[in-house]
Design a protein around this ligand. Structure first.
Ligand code: SF4
Length: 373
């Protein structure tokens, strides 16, 4: 069964009715169960579970399970944008091909300069990003970029255009160990409305990409929905089911999720139809931790300092630090238009200090290629 078959099972499901019928007993049972099912996730995501008494209980249980499976650790990483050319027309993104922004693609020498600057901070996990423009950033260029990054970082992940399985195989052979790919929205109708042109309009090709990545042998696969595009509770419900599907079918792959939500700076005139407030955002993170307690949760610098600090103890396991979302943003050269303005500006030493202040251990490296390969 493909994940889309699971989505189809909810085709006529009335989420509004399901959420409205959740009782206190449903929520209590879900919080304290060890093996949660879809119905339990609905209970944890319901408006009723956002009541203070349930949020506190969820936070307490989430804290306990996070420590149980991850210890008091927070992994650190940084993104490196190597190109912002894009052939897609995502209505919500500043890199949209129709936007008149400063475009740039780094040369291999420039990638090396960026890598040196980032690795000098002590970071060992790098996430390589591009816009989605296969003709401008073809496979050979990406493989060369990976070779350079591998010289400086213990772990190299990619967040680029979705690929076929054999292309993912080639990336894995070159040394990529992690894939990040967001579905943006699981709602097929809204997906078509906000992806106005380019290959990204193909909902199914994107939906199956994380699974192709797992089949290709990436050590970790990170998924997510861009919160704000679709009805938020059902969107997050499908994100959780997608993570569960991948975790159940690819036992050797570490599955993780991110919770990207709209940062107004990135979308110009685009107004998210379903803005996610802070309280709901925290509820989702807690619900997910209880639903899949062994699954990593990444919180990016789209979120501000206070939010990220508060999430450290209750479910987040991976944070970015010292971030730039511009192409060439770390070294001294020319910088392009950033994809979005970051809300937490702290550099790596500041993030390390904040993590320690919260009683957690900052982790730069938690694996070795020699052991895995
Ligand atoms: S979200 Fe990605 S694919 Fe869409 S316009 Fe932005 S960079 Fe391109």
């Amino acid at each position: 069964m493909a994940f889309y078959d699971i989505i189809k099972q909810y085709k006529d499901f009335d989420f509004v009715d399901a959420f409205a019928s959740i009782t206190d007993a449903d929520i209590s049972r879900a919080i304290h169960s060890e093996n949660l099912h879809g119905q339990d996730m609905l209970a944890l995501l319901s408006p009723k579970a956002a009541e203070p008494v349930w949020m506190e209980e969820m936070a307490e249980e989430s804290r306990r399970r996070t420590i149980q499976y991850f210890g008091r650790t927070i992994q650190l990483f940084a993104p490196i944008y190597i190109s912002n050319f894009c052939s897609n027309r995502c209505a919500y993104c500043g890199f949209n091909t129709q936007n008149n922004i400063s475009r740039r693609k780094l040369t291999l020498d420039e990638i090396e300069e960026e890598a040196k600057a980032i690795s000098a901070t002590g970071l060992q996990n790098i996430l390589m990003l591009t816009g989605e423009a296969k003709t401008i950033t073809p496979m050979e260029y990406l493989l060369d970029a990976v070779k350079i990054l591998r010289r400086y970082f213990a772990s190299v992940s990619i967040e680029i255009f979705p690929m076929d399985t054999d292309e993912y195989h080639a990336m894995a052979r070159a040394g990529v160990d992690g894939l990040t790919l967001f579905q943006e929205t699981y709602d097929e109708k809204i997906y078509k409305e906000v992806h106005l042109g380019g290959k990204k309009r193909d909902y199914h090709y994107r939906l199956d990409a994380p699974e192709r990545g797992a089949m290709a042998g990436f050590r970790s696969v990170n998924i997510g929905a861009l919160l704000g595009l679709g009805e938020m509770r059902s969107e997050f419900f499908f994100t959780a089911l997608h993570a569960q599907y991948l975790a159940d079918n690819y036992l050797d792959t570490e599955i993780a999720i991110s919770l990207p939500r709209f940062n107004p700076a990135e979308c110009g005139d685009f107004k998210p139809r379903y803005p996610v407030e802070d309280r709901t955002f925290v509820q989702f993170l807690l619900a997910f931790r209880l639903f899949l307690p062994r699954t990593g949760i990444t919180v990016s610098t789209r979120e501000n300092k206070t939010m990220r600090d508060n999430l450290m103890g209750i479910g987040a396991t991976k944070l970015s630090a010292g971030v730039s979302t511009s192409v060439g943003g770390y070294s001294d050269g020319e910088k392009s238009t950033p994809q979005f303005d970051i809300s937490d500006q702290r550099n790596v030493p500041e993030m390390v200090a904040a993590i320690k202040e919260h009683g957690y251990q900052p982790v730069h490296k938690d694996w070795d290629r020699g052991i895995w390969a």
